[in-house]
Design a protein around this ligand. Structure first.
Ligand code: UD1
Length: 419
């Protein structure tokens, strides 16, 4: 287990670059199974989740080579269509291998993803979409077995714009006969990145980024080379880190449009923001203002993956802020920990009411999920005294590469201890 020890109260100052997006790279690695060829992928972030998925790819028979932040995946030949159970239990998003394996081999056996720390995360929409494409699905003893003779393009309406379901259906539909149309598709930038990568492998997809995605199935795939987009959630976390410490940072290698919902709330809280072509400069105010209401929503709404970090900011803002989490149930575990630092938070179902205090005080905390863990780090940076955060390797490091090192470079007093 790893622990962060933070001596709070230092303003963050300096420059930092955003890494490649975790939520883009995972589906793109899964998609590299489909072409049966070589995929060269640049801007790979150095993350635990990326290693977990690349190990699965090797385990089922792909050749995977790392060269700095570039990964070369060769998926030629027969692969094992039984996905090992452990990584699927560890990392829910390995469920996207289902669509990719069906796209390539028309069969797959995968364990049912376990429960999750941010509430139940069903996969009914994934299964409904795949069934519509002609896949026979049986579920027994915690395993899902999918197979079909061929996939047939269909019109699929999602009741909710689920990111994972949209991706799984795209991955399977690229090799279906005819046209698949996904209505009410997720519009996240990571879906556009997946479309771009898959089109480079020979797929024929249009519409990603809008609510309607059209996929014309094909049988011919080829080698591809692609660069992953910058991680908007990591970038957003650093912006909030600057804001909460009253510091000034220049964040480079970002796609500004992806951060609009956060920047609008940061401006409302009193931060000054300057935008450059692929960079943002943020200066935190002396005292942050409370925010009337922050409602998490599918893109382009305020991202649920920044809700916890933003809550840390509101704990020391002047006045009362309200956060409504509409995407996931039970995504307020960080609130219990923030209370230990003197924060004043009341949770009522999906609504959190936060009365800003002047100062948080350091405390002994435990990271309970990835983004909630990052939120505790931000609170620790702003707090008076020492904060220790346990379990950082199991959560924070799944989504933030060298978080402690990068924060230290910006002037934070943070030490990582491996216990
Ligand atoms: C992805 C992101 C995650 C982010 C989330 C929402 C990855 C690897 N993860 O997760 O970081 O927080 O999008 O932006 O990209 N749902 C159903 N049935 C389904 C599928 C989803 O009810 O079949 C519900 C979920 O329980 C949740 C909501 O839909 O309440 C959103 O989930 P979804 O968009 O699918 O998120 P993920 O793809 O799991």
């Amino acid at each position: 287990m790893s622990r962060y020890i933070i001596n709070g109260g230092k303003k963050l100052e300096g420059e930092i670059e955003s890494d490649g997006s975790k939520n883009s790279v995972l589906p793109i690695l899964a998609a590299s199974l489909i072409n049966g060829n070589e995929s060269i992928i640049h801007n790979i972030p150095e993350l635990k989740d990326v290693h977990t998925l690349s190990n699965v790819l090797e385990n089922i028979g792909c050749k995977v080579e790392y060269n700095g932040n570039t990964m070369v995946i060769n998926s030629k030949g027969e692969l094992n269509t039984n996905i090992p159970e452990k990584p699927v239990k560890e990392m829910r998003s390995s469920i996207i291998l289902m669509g990719a394996m069906l796209g390539r081999f028309k069969k797959v056996m995968i364990s049912y993803p376990g429960g999750c720390e941010i509430g139940p995360r069903p996969i009914d929409l994934h299964l409904m979409g795949l069934k519509k494409l002609g896949v026979n699905i049986t579920e027994s003893h915690g395993y899902i077995t999918c197979q079909c003779d061929k996939l047939i393009g269909k019109e699929i309406h999602l009741d909710y714009p689920s990111v994972g379901a949209t991706e799984n259906i795209m991955l399977a539909a690229v090799s279906a006969e005819g046209v698949t149309i996904i209505q009410n598709a997720a519009r996240e930038p990571e879906i556009i990145d997946l479309q771009e990568f898959m089109n480079k492998t020979g797929a024929n997809i249009i519409g990603a980024g809008s609510s309607t995605i059209k996929i014309l199935g094909t049988k011919k795939f080829c080698n591809a080379e692609h660069t992953i987009i910058p991680d908007r959630i990591v970038a957003g976390t650093f912006l909030i880190a600057a804001a909460i410490t009253g510091g000034t940072i220049l964040l480079k290698n970002v796609l500004i449009d992806h951060l609009k919902p956060l920047m609008s709330k940061l401006t409302e809280s009193g931060c000054s923001i300057e935008k450059f072509e692929n960079a943002i400069k943020i200066r935190g105010p002396k005292r942050l203002n409370a925010i009337d209401i922050v409602r998490t929503q599918p893109y382009p709404g305020f991202p649920t993956d920044l809700q916890a970090q933003f809550m840390s900011l509101t704990t020391i803002a002047k006045g009362t802020s309200i956060i409504v989490e509409t995407v996931f149930e039970n995504r307020y575990k960080h609130a219990e920990e923030l209370l230990k630092m003197g924060a004043k938070i009341k949770i009522d179902g999906r609504t959190a009411i936060i009365r800003g205090v002047k100062e948080l005080t350091g405390a002994r905390l435990t990271a309970k999920d990835l983004r909630g863990g990052a939120a505790l780090v931000l609170a620790g940076l702003a707090a008076e005294g020492i904060t220790t955060i346990d379990n950082t390797d199991n959560h924070i490091e799944r989504g933030y590469a060298d978080f402690d090192v990068k924060l230290k470079k910006l002037g934070a007093d943070i030490t990582k201890v491996d216990l």
